[in-house]
Design a protein around this ligand. Structure first.
Ligand SMILES: Nc1ncnc2c1ncn2[C@@H]1O[C@H](COP(=O)(O)OP(=O)(O)O)[C@@H](O)[C@H]1O
Ligand SMILES: [Mg+2]
Length: 587
């Protein structure tokens, strides 16, 4: 490439090479096909010269037959070569992109959840689709176009010199004239391309968010506003794209004008030479053929360079994703995790934690608390107190800035995250259901469970009855996020899922908040059986749940305010007494 290669581009190149490396054999074959087809195309110029000078000029049918025969052979070889080249090169492109998509996904899925807060998931989605598609078109076509046309330019110029040095100097003089605009406009195109990609990502995330929340959108008659905002997003994308294509249009136009201008000058000089008898007609024909090849190859090169630069941006963004490191690190030494199934003793020692996005506000502050195996601890406190955050720390979605968490006396940071998380069954505040069957959703944490086990878990969660009433029972397909179920039904599926994994510690985050009184009552009755033999942490805003707990911890603004039984707290903790009285008043 004529452009000085920056470190960014070098990184992009390294990424490309890394993914192409496994397919060396295909690359060698493709290169072979590429060189052969380029050579054949170039040799055609000589064929044209023979044809004109010996076939037409000498008027010998025999020679004409020979020439055409040779020509047909070349065409056949060209056909085979072109097929192999196109198939192999495209194959490599598609193969590498498939590998890149898998590598990125496999890497990202282990990253700490905080990563997905700063990197909106729709932006990641766009990188996985748009950016990889761009790479695919580069590896699978632009790169080969670049090589082929570079070969054509070099080979063409060499053959031009052989054919006629004097005319060639015109072509060679024209080269810098063509190069300068390529460099100038190529650079502008590249910076606009990155902006263009970002704007397209905005469009994607706007669509995903709006349609994902369509009921809220329509309930608040927000469509008109959404039309305007979306139009702005789209127009912003268009505007960047317009500036990019404007630069590219200039690039292409200049190249064409300059190249064809040079051809015109050359034809004029060559035509004079033929008339004066200094060169043959065949020579001029071959010469024009070569210069057209060189010219069009140059035109293609200039376009392809723009494309390659765009791809460098895409590759860079993908390399960034692959370079992202998880904040949640497994223990350094191969600390053979001694825990297989925890007894369930949890100690929180002086925890202080602030979310990375709000480093100055402590979501948990100097929190110390112990839960004995088999105990049920209820966490109560106003909304925003930090109760769900505590669960996030237990599951090691985040690590605290101060203090530590011990499970059965071992620091959780010393455990393999997978081993740690296997000890917990979580029913989240907003239970997540996936686009799959009811059964698959219950089986989520334990894919090898038998049908009988799935149904038993559903029965314990009082989900069995409503599931059987669904059109296809356990095989009913759920929409994204559990669309098609009521909030209470979703919660019961989530509880069934948690019960099925049969972990020693149960984490219930307002797990019964969306249930009607009837199903809540049923689950309340079932809970003691489910909690038996398990350590249970339950975040609750209803006293019914709380009263069954061995102990209740009152949390406010990240701090532990009081611990005790319902009775003790009613006397000791004004906050608890207030929460309790509000509860009784409202239910
Ligand atoms: N992902 C997050 N990033 C930044 N702040 C957060 C995040 N999640 C929760 N918070 C904040 O942390 C505090 C505790 O939240 P949370 O633990 O969800 O409260 P709750 O007790 O209602 O479950 C709140 O002030 C909330 O705004
Ligand atoms: Mg919460």
């Amino acid at each position: 490439m004529p452009d000085p290669v920056s470190s960014r581009q070098r990184r992009a190149l390294r990424l490309g090479l890394h993914f192409i490396r496994p397919y060396r054999r295909q690359v060698v074959l493709a290169l072979l096909a590429l060189v052969v087809t380029a050579a054949i195309t170039l040799s055609m110029g000589q064929g044209i010269r023979l044809l004109v000078d010996q076939g037409f000029m000498t008027r010998s049918p025999h020679l004409l037959n020979q020439s055409i025969g040779l020509f047909m052979l070349l065409v056949l070889a060209l056909a085979v070569g072109t097929f192999s080249r196109f198939y192999l090169v495209s194959w490599i492109g598609e193969r590498c992109v498939a590998d890149i998509r898998r590598a990125v996904f496999e890497h990202l899925i282990d990253l700490h959840p905080g990563f997905f807060e700063d990197n909106r998931s729709s932006e990641i989605q766009s990188r996985l689709t748009t950016d990889t598609t761009l790479l695919q078109s580069v590896i699978g076509s632009s790169l080969s176009l670049f090589l082929r046309n570079a070969l054509m330019v070099i080979g063409g110029v060499v053959l031009l010199f052989i054919t006629n040095p004097k005319l060639t100097s015109i072509v060679v003089l024209a080269l810098p004239l063509v190069l300068a605009p390529i460099l100038l406009f190529g650079r502008r195109v590249r910076s606009l391309s990155r902006q263009s990609q970002d704007r397209i990502a905005d469009v994607g995330s706007y669509v995903a968010e709006t349609f994902g929340q369509i009921k809220t959108v329509q309930a608040y008659n927000h469509q008109e506003r959404d039309r305007t905002l979306f139009a702005e997003t789209v127009e912003a994308a268009f505007d960047v794209a317009r500036r990019r294509i404007f630069q590219r249009a200039w690039l292409i136009t200049l190249v064409i004008v300059l190249v064809l201008g040079a051809v015109a000058v050359m034809l004029w000089v060559g035509g004079m030479d033929v008339m004066a008898g200094r060169i043959s007609g065949g020579e001029l024909a071959a010469f024009v053929f070569y210069s057209l090849i060189v010219g069009s190859a140059f035109g293609t090169l200039s376009e392809v360079i723009g494309e390659l630069q765009r791809a460098a941006g895409a590759a860079e963004r993908i390399a960034e994703l692959l370079a992202a490191r998880s904040d949640i690190l497994p223990p350094d030494q191969d600390a053979t995790s001694t825990i297989i199934r925890a007894r369930g003793r949890i100690e929180l020692q002086g925890l202080r934690f602030a979310y990375p996005s709000r480093p100055t506000i402590a979501a948990l502050d100097n929190l110390t608390l112990t839960v004995e195996p088999g105990q049920t601890l209820a966490l109560v406190g106003p909304s925003g107190a930090g109760k769900s955050t505590l669960f996030d720390l237990l599951l090691r979605f985040y690590d605290p800035q101060q203090g530590r968490i011990l499970l059965d006396g071992q620091a959780v940071t010393g455990l393999e995250p997978t081993v740690l998380r296997r000890q917990f069954a979580l029913v989240a505040q907003n239970p997540a259901l996936f686009r799959d069957t009811v059964e698959a959703n219950i089986r989520y944490g334990r894919p090898d469970a038998t049908q009988a086990q799935v149904e038993a878990a559903a029965r314990s969660a009082h989900a069995d009855t409503f599931i059987k009433e669904l059109p296809q029972g356990y095989q009913t397909l759920l929409g994204e996020g559990g669309i098609g179920l009521s909030g209470g039904q979703r919660q019961r599926l989530a509880i069934a899922r948690a019960l099925l994994v049969d972990a020693p510690i149960l984490l219930l985050d307002e797990a019964t908040s969306a249930l009607d009184a009837q199903s809540e009552h049923l689950i309340q009755q079932a809970l003691p059986g489910l909690m038996a033999g398990r350590t249970t942490l339950v975040i609750a805003h209803r006293l019914a749940t709380v009263q069954h707990a061995d102990r209740i911890a009152v949390i406010d603004q990240g701090r532990l305010v009081a611990v005790g039984t319902h009775r003790e707290l009613l006397e000791r903790s004004p906050l608890y007494a207030r929460l309790a009285s509000l509860q009784f008043a409202s239910t």
